[in-house]
Design a protein around this ligand. Structure first.
Ligand SMILES: *[C@@H]1O[C@H](CO)[C@@H](O)[C@H](O)[C@H]1NC(C)=O
Ligand SMILES: *[C@@H]1O[C@H](CO)[C@@H](O)[C@H](O)[C@H]1NC(C)=O
Ligand SMILES: *[C@@H]1O[C@H](CO)[C@@H](O)[C@H](O)[C@H]1NC(C)=O
Length: 502
């Protein structure tokens, strides 16, 4: 009797305890998917709302639940080793928990045969999501697991942009911890720091447990990620005795171009194209500046009809005032004759520049071109529109194409033509069309690029001369380079000839 009297309250207590446990488990099953959901899921669509625990452990005879927390689904189907729910008793005792809208399956007393791979397959009208959970059944009916904590969810490393949010989750199965003063723990820390991470604030860890504290875990949530937050974190799980495991995970920086990839790419591409076009334009400009004249000259010399058998004796009649004789005898004629193979005749003009037309006329007949050197000295140091215009007027009436080489800048030649018209009482306006006016720069004429251009222009104004033998083909850039090179030599020569003269 006494024994019986004692057992009734004990039995009642046990019943009350198991009822309490069942209620707690009921709440836990109901609440599991509504707590610790992902904060910043994009709206709409089918998604998992929290991590799907990948490996579950259960002691034989213990209560066990498996969860797939989802939103936006039309249906969830459960499979065990690819066999759809419901399962025959020999295969699994797990049943759906309808209060959680099929997100949870559970077994009151787990058996060894329940072990296996469970999958939840959720669908909306277009998409299927699947979560896999492997269930391992441990131990003897009576005993509880007391070994090293068994990871149920290993935290996954993440790529997070600066200012973004990260969430790391770790969880482990401890089993039964029977020692009364044993205090199990799960703690997140940064690997390079001993500082314990707080439970609230921008960086916070939240401890969770389920199934009678047999499974413990922790969410580490970091908002507004800063540069110092990147790095390795570790989750340490201890059963309070002497068994501890460490689960590491990295938070890596996601570089901005991951998001702006396309935009950046196209921006870079257009920038490169722009640079390329600019480079091409510049080189085209440089090519034009350097090589246009030589190119035209080469083509002209190669293809233009020669002025032969026209009864003329020479290519150029070079007319000059004695003040310019050094230029003509020292540079012009030698260069034209030896370098460019023109046959020249020199004609020294008198002081009376208003008679130059008449002086040149008779000699010009036997030449293909007339070259007249015009310098301030040759005009008695009167270099204005009237004095120059007078000379140009006379020269324009010559029957032979005439090249005027001015050693000083002429102001606008067309105004010279008009003004000098008014000056002379000549009613017919003279035309400068038949005059080719070139500028000889003392400084550039003997060195620098100005001189080079001068010679190309002068040669263009002269009759064509066929290139010597192999030097042919105006398409070849090498040719042009060669031509430029030759100009260099020619410059050197003209400098030499000047030096000889001095
Ligand atoms: C189904 O879920 C996917 C993924 O979230 C989403 O893109 C799609 O729009 C959803 N379909 C419907 C019909 O809701
Ligand atoms: C839950 O599962 C049952 C049985 O498979 C099914 O009839 C029911 O439609 C499911 N409910 C949801 C919301 O998926
Ligand atoms: C962290 O702790 C270890 C030993 O526990 C110690 O050697 C180390 O100096 C500590 N580091 C910092 C930054 O406090």
């Amino acid at each position: 009797m006494f024994f019986l009297k004692m057992t009734i309250p004990v039995k009642r207590g046990l019943i009350a305890l198991s009822l309490l446990t069942a209620m707690c488990q009921g709440n836990e099953l109901k609440d599991y998917c509504s707590m610790h959901k992902f904060d910043n899921l994009p709206p709409g669509g089918l998604r998992f709302t929290k991590e799907v625990v990948t490996t579950e452990y259960a002691n034989i005879g213990a209560f066990k639940a498996l969860h797939c927390c989802l939103r936006g689904y039309r249906s969830i189907e459960w499979y065990k080793d690819n066999r759809a729910y419901p399962w025959p008793g020999g295969e699994s005792h797990f049943i759906l928990y309808p209060e959680s809208a099929n997100q949870t399956i559970y077994a009151q007393k787990v058996r060894a045969s329940d072990a296996g791979r469970y999958s939840c397959r959720a669908r909306n009208d277009t998409t299927i999501l699947e979560g896999d959970i492997t269930l391992a059944v441990l131990g003897e009916k009576s005993g509880g697991y007391t070994g090293k904590p068994l990871p149920t969810y290993r935290p996954a490393s993440q790529l997070v942009p600066l200012g973004g949010a990260a969430r790391l989750f770790c969880e482990a199965y401890l089993g039964k911890v029977e020692l009364p003063d044993a205090k199990n723990s799960v703690t997140w820390s940064k690997s390079d720091s001993n500082v314990t991470l707080p439970n609230h604030g921008r960086i916070a860890q939240h401890r969770v447990s389920r199934e009678n504290n047999q499974i413990i875990g922790s969410y580490l949530e970091i908002e507004d990620i800063t540069l110092e937050d990147y790095g390795e974190y570790k989750c340490e799980v201890s059963n309070g005795v002497d068994e501890e495991i460490t689960l590491p995970a990295h938070v890596y920086r996601q570089e901005p171009q991951f998001a702006l990839g396309l935009q950046n790419g196209s921006w870079r591409r257009s920038f490169l194209v722009g640079v390329l076009v600019l480079v091409l334009l510049i080189s085209a400009g440089a090519f034009y500046a350097r090589c246009w004249l030589p190119l035209v000259l080469l083509c002209r010399d190669k293809f233009a009809p020669l002025e032969e058998n026209d009864g003329k004796e020479c290519d150029a009649l070079v007319c000059y005032h004695e003040k310019d004789s050094s230029l003509v005898i020292g540079i012009m004629i030698p260069t034209l004759e030896s370098r460019h193979r023109y046959k020249c005749t020199a004609l020294e003009l008198s002081q009376l520049n208003q008679n130059w037309g008449a002086e040149i006329g008779p000699h010009a007949v036997s030449s293909r071109r007339v070259i007249v050197i015009l310098s301030p000295a040759s005009l008695g140091n009167v270099w204005n529109e009237t004095s120059v215009g007078t000379v140009l007027n006379q020269l324009s009436s010559l029957t032979v194409p005439t090249i005027v080489i001015a050693t000083k800048d002429l102001s606008n030649t067309s105004t010279i033509a008009k003004r000098s018209n008014r000056g002379c009482n000549d009613s017919s306006e003279f035309s400068l069309d038949r005059l080719k006016i070139l500028r000889w720069d003392e400084n550039h004429g003997t060195s620098g690029s100005g001189g080079q251009k001068f010679w190309y222009k002068l040669r263009l104004a002269m009759p064509p001369v066929r290139p010597i033998s192999a030097e042919s083909g105006c398409q070849s850039v090498a040719m042009i380079v060669q031509a430029n090179g030759k100009c260099g030599q020619q410059k050197a020569r003209s400098r030499e000839s000047l030096e000889v003269l001095v």
